[in-house]
Design a protein around this ligand. Structure first.
Ligand SMILES: NC(=O)c1ccc[n+]([C@@H]2O[C@H](COP(=O)([O-])OP(=O)(O)OC[C@H]3O[C@@H](n4cnc5c(N)ncnc54)[C@H](O)[C@@H]3O)[C@@H](O)[C@H]2O)c1
Length: 250
């Protein structure tokens, strides 16, 4: 049986990815510190309960990805074939406000998972990055060759993690796929993200106020992103490739 380890698999996007693997009869291990940390700033407890209910076929392990020894011991015991890494705070505002804490989480956490993957013969490492690494888009439709020019720390840390992954997989027998989602929405989504605020405002008052009508943002439904991550993980064509997951705003 194929084994996948999903770091951040109790999260908004991660639990949908885990569900796709469960449906295909993968053995699913989730590494997530939602119980032992207060990092779940963007999520409420009811959302977590709903996600956990959908994950009954998975084995959930409460661990911090920055704990190098614990992560390596876990990999050694579980021997996953595939690793999907989503275990980061998704809010640029939160990351920018605590650079040391989240710099360590994003960079060292990625290093810890990469090192454990390498030592335990993982075949593919899938990293969920962000479209924030591009900075301001130079046109309304962009592809993966768009210049990388992050404006804030969140995008900078994500871009640094991407570079670390590329350099690791260039020099070792481990391949990668990188996914760059943009503004994801859907059930159990983050309460402080703009689309949730729009929906709330529409429900409460029947209207929303949009400032700056010239600005466009492409929102992506969570299951579309999850399916993109799943395909990148299982496809033999997605070897050392990077993918945007977005619907263009035209
Ligand atoms: N939500 C979006 O709109 C969006 C857009 C672009 C990129 N992303 C990226 O996608 C990934 C998942 O985002 P999400 O929206 O599902 O976030 P989320 O907060 O819902 O999920 C992240 C999960 O990772 C866990 N986690 C965080 N730090 C950890 C650590 N040190 N050790 C173990 N577990 C840890 C959290 O407990 C949480 O369950 C993130 O890397 C984020 O940067 C999200």
């Amino acid at each position: 049986m194929q084994k996948v380890l999903i770091a951040g698999g109790c999260g908004f996007i991660g639990h949908r990815v885990a569900n796709l693997f469960l449906k295909q009869n993968y053995q699913v291990f989730i590494v997530d510190n939602y119980l032992s940390s207060d990092l779940s700033i963007t999520t409420n407890l009811d959302h977590y309960k709903l996600r956990l209910r959908s994950l009954c076929g998975a084995k959930i392990i409460d661990a911090d990805i920055c704990n190098v020894n614990k992560i390596n011991t876990l990999f050694n015991r579980l021997k996953p074939n595939l690793v999907v890494h989503l275990a980061n705070c998704p809010s640029a505002k939160v990351v920018n406000s605590e650079p040391f804490l989240y710099g360590e989480q994003i960079i060292n956490g990625t290093l810890s998972l990469l090192q454990a993957s390498l030592s335990n013969n993982v075949c593919k490492f899938v990293y969920v990055s962000s479209s924030m690494i591009y900075g301001d888009f130079l046109s309304s439709v962009i592809n993966e060759d768009h210049p990388i020019n992050p404006i804030e720390l969140y995008g900078t840390f994500k871009a640094a993690s991407e570079s670390i992954i590329r350099s690791y997989t260039k020099s070792h027998a481990l391949c990668h796929a990188i996914i760059r989602p943009i503004a994801v929405y859907g059930p159990t989504g983050h309460t402080d993200f703009v689309i949730t605020k729009y929906i709330k405002a529409t429900k409460q008052s029947g209207c929303i106020v949009v400032n700056g009508i010239d600005n466009c943002l492409s929102f992506t439904y969570v299951d579309d992103v999850a399916y993109g991550i799943y395909l990148a993980a299982i496809s033999s064509k997605a070897i050392n490739e990077t993918f945007n997951t977005a619907i263009p705003v035209l």
